[in-house]
Design a protein around this ligand. Structure first.
Ligand SMILES: *[C@@H]1O[C@H](CO)[C@@H](O)[C@H](O)[C@H]1NC(C)=O
Ligand SMILES: CC(=O)N[C@H]1CO[C@H](CO)[C@@H](O)[C@@H]1O
Length: 180
């Protein structure tokens, strides 16, 4: 096989690959665009970056993206448990903040269960129940954040984490509508 022939083959293989991947990259982008337009909680770049953190998104169908988003939310909440436990050992927090942190721990444990339930709901095609379960998980993050603000002078040490989790859950929530 001569060199230029091999080159043409490689170039066309590469082109096919690029077109193929581009098609799926655009499913993530399209989906994130629609979700960020509909949901004020979701930032487009955050959405794309979140899906791209899971390599299986590249080849995923729309339905699979819903499951991937739930997986991202679950692993995010799971990683928060040891993070909150470690905050609880820090002496800089007063009794009120520690009680908030203990509540957050429980709220996130419940949120993990709710997202696991949502996976089953999607599998059963029960979008209304998926919506309720994901909303419950989001409410948990909201409660975790807002209780710190209920006492003057308190600063939530989990603002970014609560915000990230809320966005991931809001992405999952979008799949419970008859869209995308
Ligand atoms: C949660 O998800 C966000 C967005 O994907 C990421 O930036 C963050 O590091 C994750 N947090 C944890 C604790 O895994
Ligand atoms: C390369 C690849 O896996 N392509 C996937 C792109 O997304 C569609 C669904 O929209 C899948 O069916 C393809 O397998």
């Amino acid at each position: 096989m001569n060199y230029s022939f091999a080159l043409i083959i490689s170039v066309s293989l590469l082109a096919t690959l690029i077109i193929h991947c581009a098609a799926n990259a655009s499913l993530v982008q399209d989906t994130c665009k629609k979700i960020s337009q509909k949901s004020p909680d979701v930032n487009y770049d955050f959405c794309v970056a979140a899906f791209e953190s899971d390599p299986t998104s590249k080849t995923a169908s729309l339905q699979q993206l819903a499951f991937i988003s739930l997986k991202l939310g679950t692993s995010n909440a799971t990683a928060l448990i040891p993070r909150i436990k470690s905050l609880l050992t820090e002496s800089k927090f007063d009794a009120y903040a520690k009680q908030c942190l203990r509540d957050c721990l429980e709220l996130y444990s419940d949120a993990i269960d709710s997202l696991k339930d949502a996976v089953e709901d999607f599998k059963e095609g029960d979008l209304a129940k998926a919506n309720a379960d994901i909303s419950a998980a989001m409410d948990g993050a909201d409660t975790c954040e807002s209780q710190f603000t209920e006492k003057q002078g308190e600063v939530s040490p989990l603002t970014k984490e609560n915000g990230d989790f809320t966005q991931l859950a809001a992405i999952s929530l979008a799949f419970t509508a008859k869209f995308p």
